[in-house]
Design a protein around this ligand. Structure first.
Ligand code: SF4
Length: 898
């Protein structure tokens, strides 16, 4: 693939000044960036500076960034001023993304545990099922360095052995929303097509799958229907469990800017008063409302529907309901009877959320909907824009009733016609930069690429043919049980059902209940890790480690939260021996396919580029071709290539991304489909559905209930997981389904022990709520805490506490404390109130609630085994039975001074 042209130091400095204008507005001509088209360097110095275009490697906003490299080494980032997501702005994480790339980096030969290597070198390779006895430790003395090909060959033989003896489903893969889409696609092909395994999971499971399954249940497609530019068309924005200012800064700044210009009302539903609420209130405190609900979101949304039906009947879109929706009659009956603001008070979790507050917010919602109606001359079918957008982030998805949370948002928007029009609708924001790619390529249990399940026989045949694999492998995957998804995979590892596990560009520490679930599971399987850092948690449990290339060093694409497929070019050269993850999947896939009697070269036919890596654009072409006729059809890009001669990656460069679907020449040429449904994606011959993607082409409304009448007795059972030995959720699905249907929490605090000094609280009592989440300066757990800039800004693990709780417990600001749940503990510094000496001190928790970020989980020690900050030591494994997501926000904890 052609890289962005070299530029001279003189041009670079000149043009850097040009770009420092930061936000340059929407009028720029995309694709004509003089900075990127400058002449090749004629500088006498030996520094060869190059630039490449990419999507930022961090959050799901997907800002365009320019990677600057010197002599093949990445040295800095600059915001892409021509990218329609960020127009020359980026947050601190994106701007410093170059810093952690070479810190603590692994390179050279593969690492193989000494005892594993010794066993393999015995006659006949000894015990093929041998796994290391030295796991839970990492150090040079524990590993032999083995050439890549030799180690890869050993892995292939062992995995093929397990697959033949125990079946393909005994092999697991934990992948990543940070891997390129091409890599994700090939992982899925390898696991399902070659091995016939259904045990493929990814960190996207803990991030967005409640949104995925919520969209499927209602709209029939995993499709965020909006584009970012809808934010600037809206008349009201609500956020649920979404501290957007910290988790998706550029999007937050766009909404805040819109609020400043047009004074739209904003609502944030979150137990904490966050920087997001503060920012909106700073713009106009009179039209921003903070709703400090704890777990009562479903009741709150149903209650808003109740008020709208009773008091604002004019904004109910009766015609739309009758023509394009099912289930609405039952929904209306139920919310009218059982969800008045007075009836839901027991589920709000805060006496601040009063019936009056709910009525006022419903009134504001109605007014915003009326503004849209006014623009379309009071005709719900009119072409006016605006109305209400409801956004949510991973916190809202992370509930044992996460899917029901999402359905409840879509119910309310459907009821009022705030759907399938510009400027209104549901908008989920992903955490991972390419979680959308994982969803697109179906790299999860039960899924195939292009929004289709394994059980769709027609699509299964199509994919088997396109992949060149026997259909029986996909049928085997479909019939293989991985009912608990990511958590089930780990529970099955504990039971000895998982024989080998690949960990690719994902860390196990993002999973809950580390000490009772995840790490014991990893001790039992043969683990193959692809990793960039020497001191990474996965290395503790690896039998084999392959040093990997990372973002910025590999070609491929990412998909942002608005369905925009962005180019990610290789800007730097990987250190010696570090291969792209995709290449390692292909190499192993080929060899294992051959060992299983398939033709590896036929299944993985792709050639290499001039840098010696597999050509990612060829894989992308294969994806585009296979998408023909699907809900995510991209074949218009092939038409553009045919007619205009512009290659596929070049189209992504010129347009700064294409929003899927792009099924025709004209749609692809215009940058894809901005919005979805009701023909908004344009005229699309053979479009495979009606107005919506469900079988009947309608939105499926379904009332989701919340009922606390049996809360204590059910939650008591949930609190046994992670405590009782050999007690698995996958063997007790009925209890989590019941908890989901009543919209409960995984834990319940012993509230009557609040108000005591910490030393007086009995050791078996857990009086406080604890939530885990994100902090602005860091992204997840791997990279940003290795970046000196962001590390300096937020250097250590902390826990936010309310001043009243701190006083009652006898804990002072800055004290070192230990947070303890039934399942484990971690250490943090007490950050009491927003005047704390402990950074960042920008959010306020309500009394009885504590909060820590995940991001610094392994930042306290170079040896992750010794780290004291691992927050997922305390979390619960209980998950949503459909989406597989767990609740990291409502844990019962005790706090002690260290
Ligand atoms: S972290 Fe997110 S908001 Fe910040 S620059 Fe990257 S993509 Fe943009």
């Amino acid at each position: 693939m052609k890289r962005i042209k070299d530029i001279s130091r003189r041009d670079f400095i000149k043009n850097s000044t040009f770009i420092t204008g930061a936000a340059t507005g929407a009028g720029l001509f995309v694709g004509k960036n003089p900075e990127l088209e400058a002449a090749t360097s004629t500088d006498e110095t030996s520094t060869k500076r190059t630039t490449a275009l990419a999507q930022c490697p961090y959050c799901g906003v997907g800002c365009g960034t320019v990677i600057v490299s010197e002599n093949g080494k990445i040295v800095s980032m600059r915001p892409d001023k021509d990218h329609p997501t960020n127009y020359g702005l980026q947050c601190i994480k994106g701007l410093t993304a170059a810093e952690p790339i070479y810190v603590d980096r692994m390179e050279g030969d593969a690492y193989v545990r000494k005892d594993v290597w010794a066993e393999w070198n015995k006659p006949g390779h000894g015990n093929m099922e041998y796994i290391s006895k030295t796991k839970n430790a990492f150090g040079d003395e524990l590993f032999d360095r083995v050439p890549y090909k030799v180690a890869s060959d050993m892995v292939a033989h062992k995995v093929a052995h397990f697959a033949k003896k125990y079946g393909g489903n005994s092999i697991a893969l934990y992948g990543s929303g940070q891997l390129t889409m091409e890599g994700q696609y090939l992982e899925n092909l390898f696991m399902k097509g070659v091995l016939g395994s259904n045990t493929i999971e990814a960190n996207a499971r803990m991030c967005m799958t409640s949104a995925v399954t919520g969209y499927f249940a209602t709209l029939g497609s995993d499709t965020p229907p909006l584009a970012y530019e809808d934010l600037e068309l809206s008349d009201m924005v609500m956020h649920f469990g979404h501290n957007a200012r910290e988790s998706h800064p550029i999007i937050y700044w766009r909404i805040a800017d819109h609020k400043k210009k047009t004074d739209i009302p904003t609502v944030i539903v979150d137990p904490r008063w966050t920087g997001s609420s503060q920012g909106y209130a700073d713009i106009n405190p009179k039209n921003h409302v903070h709703v400090p609900i704890l777990n009562g979101d479903i009741s709150f949304l149903n209650s808003m529907a109740h008020v709208l039906l009773k008091d604002h009947d004019d904004v109910i879109d009766w015609e739309f309901l009758k023509a394009h929706v099912t289930g609405w009659k039952d929904y209306i009956k139920e919310v009218k009877n059982n969800y008045s603001p007075e009836q839901v008070q027991d589920r709000m979790g805060s006496d601040k959320v009063t019936p009056k507050m709910i009525r006022d917010i419903a009134g504001t919602f109605a007014d915003a909907t009326r503004m849209r109606l006014k623009r379309s001359k009071m005709d719900q079918k009119g072409d006016g824009h605006g109305g209400v957008i409801i956004m949510w982030g991973i916190g809202y998805n992370q509930h044992i009733h996460g899917q029901h949370n999402v359905i409840s948002i879509i119910n309310l928007l459907t009821l009022t016609g705030n759907l399938a029009k510009p400027g209104c609708g549901p908008f989920s924001m992903t955490g991972q930069p390419n979680a959308m790619g994982e969803r697109f390529t179906g790299g999860l249990t039960g899924r195939l690429p292009f929004n289709q399940p394994l059980k769709n026989a027609k699509h299964r045949k199509h994919m088997a043919k396109h992949w060149g694999v026997p259909e029986k492998n996909l049928i085997a995957a479909m019939n293989s049980d991985n009912r608990g998804m990511a958590i089930g995979m780990m529970e099955r590892a504990n039971k000895g059902e998982i024989k080998a596990m690949f960990l690719v560009y994902a860390t196990h520490i993002d999973l809950p209940d580390q000490h009772n679930l995840v790490r014991p599971g990893l001790m039992k399987s043969f683990n193959v890790v692809q990793e960039i850092y020497r001191h990474a948690p996965n290395n503790l449990f690896a039998d084999v480690i392959f040093p990997a290339a990372t973002w910025g060093e590999v070609d491929g694409v990412y998909i942002s939260s608005e369905r925009r497929i962005n180019i990610c070019q290789a800007g730097g050269t990987p250190p010696p021996g570090c291969l792209p993850d995709m290449d390692m999947v292909i190499d192993k896939g080929k060899e294992i396919a051959d060992l299983l009697g398939l033709d590896g070269n036929k299944i993985f036919p792709w050639g290499k580029n001039k840098h010696g890596f597999y050509d990612a654009e060829q894989v992308f072409r294969s994806i585009v071709e296979a998408s023909a006729g699907s809900d995510t059809d991209l074949t218009g890009m092939l038409e553009v290539e045919k007619v205009d001669g512009t290659g596929l990656y070049q189209q992504l460069i010129d347009l700064r991304g294409v929003q899927w679907p792009a099924p025709t020449y004209s749609i692809a040429k215009a940058g894809g489909s901005k919005r979805r449904y009701m023909n908004q994606e344009g005229v699309w011959k053979n479009r495979p559905y009606g107005y919506f993607r469900t079988k009947d082409g309608k939105v499926h409304m379904k009332l989701c209930k919340q009922d606390y009448s049996q809360r204590e007795e059910i939650t008591k059972k949930l609190m046994e997981f992670g405590v009782k030995k050999d007690h698995y959720v996958i063997d007790n699905m009925d209890i989590i389904k019941k908890a989901r249907d009543m919209a409960l929490t995984p834990d319940l605090p012993d509230e009557k022990h609040r108000g005591k000094k910490w030393a007086d609280i009995p050791k078996d009592k857990y009086p406080y709520w604890l939530g885990l989440g994100v902090v602005y300066e860091h992204f997840h757990t791997a990279k940003s805490n290795r970046s000196p800039t962001t590390r300096r800004l937020v250097p250590e693990q902390y826990v936010e506490m309310h001043p009243d709780d701190a006083a009652a417990l006898g804990i002072k600001d800055g004290d070192q404390v230990r947070l303890i749940t039934r399942r484990g503990h971690y250490q943090a510094r007490a950050q009491v109130g927003t005047n704390s000496i402990v950074r960042p001190a920008r959010n306020s928790v309500p009394p009885g609630y504590l909060f820590s970020p995940w991001n610094l989980s392994v930042a306290d020690s170079a040896d992750p085994k010794k780290n004291k900050w691992l927050v997922n030591a305390v979390s619960s494994r209980v998950f949503d039975p459909v989406s597989g997501q767990v609740d990291f926000k409502k844990l019962a904890c005790r706090i002690e001074k260290v």
